[in-house]
Structures are given as structure tokens and as C-alpha cells.
Design a protein around this ligand. Structure first.
Ligand SMILES: NC(=O)c1ccc[n+]([C@@H]2O[C@H](COP(=O)([O-])OP(=O)(O)OC[C@H]3O[C@@H](n4cnc5c(N)ncnc54)[C@H](O)[C@@H]3O)[C@@H](O)[C@H]2O)c1
Ligand SMILES: O=P(O)(O)OC[C@H](O)CO
Length: 306
């Protein structure tokens, strides 16, 4: 919507003919962005061939669906600049989104669009700052293409770090939601956010990325937003789990599969919060056991290198 508002020839593609026909007729995404009319020039289609003249494709599907979308449309996607918007790790492989792209479409040009942003805020034209992570030689052109007077993109080469920040913050947000939902208090949430951030740093370092990347929009920025705003689906999922309320199975909650993916793929890493979120969501531990386990770990220094 923002790209179209800014005069770029933009097509919104979706797989469901009925859904896209409804969006075309109503000129609105009534399910996810009610009351936000599409710009007149935004094209809407369920025909993937409509992207054939597009040099840049934004991939905005849940991480666990990315591989099948790429495999289904490989012949149309392999020679485009693929901008990954997913924030998660693939279960089974532990891969980031760009690693999934590389596995399915070797040599494809990729970038990662991440950072603190709710779709509704961006669609409403509210000021937003994001990270664009890529090593593509035309990075600056892409940055300019995707930036608008209300959407400010910052470039980084740290593709691994930017993706880990965007994925792991969802897991910590579930933990934060559980703490609040269970009535453990805002001090507990602050502790989880801070120790979760330290944990994110350890995983980023273990995967050869830069810890400094986490100080930016894709790390600290998105962690704060997602752990504190009830607009966040990850936070709301945690709130429901903590309060023992029903969860919404239709809602995309990236942190669930990411917690399992990271816990299962990182056996040697020190990731107590992520492991506990995964174990809780698998019903392997109760909330009381999780709190005891986290609080009874050996005492540490905060100023010691991890
Ligand atoms: N919504 C936000 O505010 C927001 C902000 C930043 C990043 N993201 C990230 O964007 C990604 C997508 O999230 P979302 O909010 O758009 O989720 P969503 O559930 O609202 O939409 C995902 C869309 O992907 C489609 N889809 C799923 N599997 C598919 C498949 N195999 N083939 C074709 N289409 C398929 C679904 O039908 C749905 O239309 C997530 O990784 C999320 O973390 C979302
Ligand atoms: O609604 P969430 O929890 O998926 O968060 C959306 C974005 O990632 C926030 O930056």
C-alpha cells in the first residue's frame, strides 16, 4: 500500500482467488487492515504471472510457509530481487529465511526487511524506521526504492544478525506475555526482556554475526515494540498462555515455531529463556516449574563476557 501510495507500480498477490477477488471488489483487506482503503493504483491479483514485469518481490508469508511458496513459484522468482519480510526460523532445519531462499533458489538476490513495525501503522502512513539487510551491490538503490517520506530504511550488511534479531524477539515477546498474563509482574517482564536480549547476543555471536546489530532497529527496537505492545500477536499469544486462556489457532505467531526451531537446532548454546518457552509451549513443563528452573540457575555476573 505504501509503495503504491508513492507512485510505484505495485501488485499485491495472494494465493486465494476468493480472498483476492473480495479485496479487489472492496479495495480493502477487511480481515487484517479494516478501514484502510487501498490506494487506487494498487493492483490486486491471485495470478502469480502478474509479477512477471516486477524486478523486486517482497515475500510476506509466515516463515514456515516460505519454502513451499518458493518451490511452487521458483521459475517466476529465481531472477528477481527477493525481499524477505518473514521474522522466524524454519523448524526442522533451523534455517533463517535467506538460508531457505538460498536452499531453494541458489544464487538468488536477497534482502531482509525487518525492524519494529506493525502493518497497520505502516498502512496508515505513520512514521516507521526499518532495517534493510543485504549484501547486494545495488543495496542503496533498493533502500531508496523502498523508502518513502514516512518509511525510513537503514542499511546493514549483517544479514544473519538482522534476521536473528527479528526472529528471536518474537520468542522473548511470548515469554514477556506469559509473565504478564500469569500475573508475575512488570519487573519480571523487564528481567525477561533484558536476559532475553543477552541470550539473543550469545546466539548472534555463535552464528558469526555482529552483536552490535542487535542494538539497532532489528534487535533492540523490535524487542521493545513486540514485548510491550498488545498489537503484537506474539505478546498476545504469551498473554493467553500465561492466563490459561484459549489461544487463536488462526493467528500467525512466529515465535512458537521459532522457539522450537532454535531450541532444537542449538543444543550447545546457552539459551535458557528460549528453551523454556519451547518446553512450556510443548507442555513439557508447567509455568511453576519454568519459573523455578529460570530462577534457580547458578548465580552469574552481569559484567562478565558470555
Ligand atoms: N503483520 C505485521 O505487522 C508484520 C510486521 C512485520 C513483519 N511481519 C512478518 O511478516 C510475515 C507474515 O506475517 P503476516 O502478518 O503478513 O501474516 P498473516 O498471517 O497476516 O498473512 C500471511 C499470509 O500468507 C499467506 N500464506 C501462508 N502460507 C502460504 C502459502 N503456502 N502460499 C501462499 N500464501 C501463503 C496466508 O494466506 C496469509 O495471507 C511474518 O514472518 C511476520 O513476522 C509481520
Ligand atoms: O504481531 P507480531 O508479534 O508478529 O509483531 C509484528 C512485527 O514483527 C513487529 O515488529
Amino acid at each position: 500500500m505504501v509503495m503504491a501510495q508513492n507512485g510505484r507500480d505495485t501488485t499485491l498477490w495472494g494465493r486465494s482467488g476468493d480472498t483476492m477477488a473480495q479485496m479487489m471488489a472492496l479495495r480493502e483487506n477487511t480481515r487484517h487492515l479494516p478501514g484502510m482503503p487501498f490506494p487506487d493504483c494498487l493492483k490486486v491479483s491471485d495470478d502469480i504471472d502478474q509479477i512477471q514485469n516486477k524486478a523486486v518481490v517482497l515475500l510476506a508469508v509466515p516463515t514456515q510457509s516460505l519454502r513451499s511458496v518458493l518451490e511452487s513459484h521458483a521459475s517466476r522468482l529465481h531472477d528477481r530481487m527477493l525481499v524477505v519480510c518473514c521474522k522466524g526460523m524454519e523448524r526442522g532445519t533451523g534455517h533463517s529465511a535467506t538460508e531457505v531462499v538460498e536452499a531453494v533458489l541458489p544464487g538468488a538476490r536477497t534482502a531482509v526487511l525487518t525492524g519494529p513495525s506493525f502493518a497497520a501503522d505502516i498502512a496508515a502512513g505513520k512514521p516507521t524506521a526499518l532495517t534493510l539487510a543485504t549484501n547486494d551491490p545495488e543495496a542503496e538503490g533498493l533502500q531508496a526504492l523502498l523508502s518513502t517520506p514516512r518509511l525510513r530504511l537503514y542499511l546493514t550488511n549483517d544479514v544473519v544478525g538482522a534476521q536473528l534479531g527479528g526472529a528471536l524477539k518474537n520468542v522473548i515477546a511470548i515469554a514477556a506475555g506469559i509473565a504478564i498474563g500469569a500475573g508475575l509482574g512488570e519487573s519480571a517482564r523487564a528481567a525477561l526482556m533484558t536476559r532475553g536480549f543477552a541470550e539473543m547476543g550469545r546466539l548472534v555471536a555463535a552464528r558469526g554475526a555482529k552483536r552490535e546489530t542487535l542494538f539497532g532497529l532489528s534487535g533492540f527496537g523490535d524487542l521493545v515494540l513486540t514485548c510491550t505492545s498488545t498489537q503484537s500477536r506474539n505478546l498476545r499469544h504469551g498473554l493467553a498462555v500465561g492466563a490459561e486462556q484459549p489461544i487463536d489457532p488462526a493467528m500467525t505467531v512466529e515465535g512458537v515455531m521459532t522457539a522450537h526451531a532454535v531450541a532444537e537446532a542449538s543444543s550447545g548454546d546457552d539459551l535458557p529463556v528460549t528453551r523454556m518457552v519451547s518446553a512450556l509451549l510443548k507442555h513439557q513443563v508447567t509455568l511453576a516449574e519454568a519459573i523455578d528452573a529460570l530462577m534457580s540457575r547458578p548465580l552469574h555476573r552481569e559484567d562478565a563476557p558470555d
